[in-house]
Design a protein around this ligand. Sequence first.
Ligand SMILES: NC(=O)c1ccc[n+]([C@@H]2O[C@H](COP(=O)([O-])OP(=O)(O)OC[C@H]3O[C@@H](n4cnc5c(N)ncnc54)[C@H](O)[C@@H]3O)[C@@H](O)[C@H]2O)c1
Length: 309
Amino acid sequence: MLEGKVAIVTGAGRGIGREHALALAEAGAKVVVNDLGGSLSGEGSDAAPAEAVANEIREGGGEASANYENVADFAGAERLVRQAIDDFGRLDILVNNAGILRDRMLVNMTEDEWDAVVAVHLKGHFAPTRHAAAHWRERAKAGENVRGRVINTSSPSGVFGNVGQANYGAAKAGIAGFTLIAAQELQRYGVTVNCLAPNARTRMTEETFDLGARGQGWDPLDPENVSSVVVALCADEAQKITGQVFHVWGGAVNALRGWSSGELFEAPEGWDADALLDALLERFPEGVAPPGMVAGMQAAGGRSLRATQ
Ligand SMILES: NC(=O)c1ccc[n+]([C@@H]2O[C@H](COP(=O)([O-])OP(=O)(O)OC[C@H]3O[C@@H](n4cnc5c(N)ncnc54)[C@H](O)[C@@H]3O)[C@@H](O)[C@H]2O)c1
């Protein structure tokens, strides 16, 4: 399906990103396997995870090179995009997937916990996309019929909201918003931009939730379930599907509708505060509050990450 294409997958040394890299290679793409190789909280670095996945692809007969840049480093992200072009002559697919966690209740969250998580996720999406976009614009301006792909990674925490993840969820909601704008801006160059809100059994969820033991047979939380969505969106035939956020839980893939029109309160000549308060209390006699992440996931066709629930 993706013969001749060149892909970058960030954070591809482990977990969901590793499966994306293997699936893209299996579909025929040449892959730059990026991973900084740090801990779940983003400390340290290690070349081994990216190297191992690049080797795995090569041993399976595919083409791959390893890259160890920090995606939140603007110049490092430029070197990453340059590596794809130097090693394989072009770039067609960018999967922004790298991520870390530093969960804490808001009242106790430190400045570092906020800054590190927002940097890796939000800037770590902006920086590679920015440099890839410049490459695609150059090719489009030279008259090429570009079919570029960006796949971003949000989270149920970002689109539904999860207690204890103000830093992570805010960055992930930002990534969903970034997807909408990048999709609109890059359409003119032939680039689609979509986003995943995945659920999978990885070190991130195993260290954070009690996932329970893996059951017999097909595992809905196997990270490879998420990669089918990536490969499908990267096909040339998906050229007109852009700006979407897909919640993925096993076989349930849901094109979410976020921030759609909701409850309209309209006063033809503007509201005064007393009248608006009366209207709010009348519309919400029992009050109103977000339902939370698990309720959102269930409404979207998934289940709790505790697979048995
Ligand atoms: N596992 C889930 O259920 C789940 C749910 C929602 C969202 N996500 C998102 O999916 C993505 C992948 O997560 P995962 O569960 O596979 O976690 P993971 O920890 O297994 O893999 C993340 C990888 O990203 C790499 N990485 C971290 N910071 C980096 C940086 N600055 N530059 C380059 N590489 C870096 C890590 O070394 C690691 O190998 C993340 O963005 C995560 O937030 C996962």
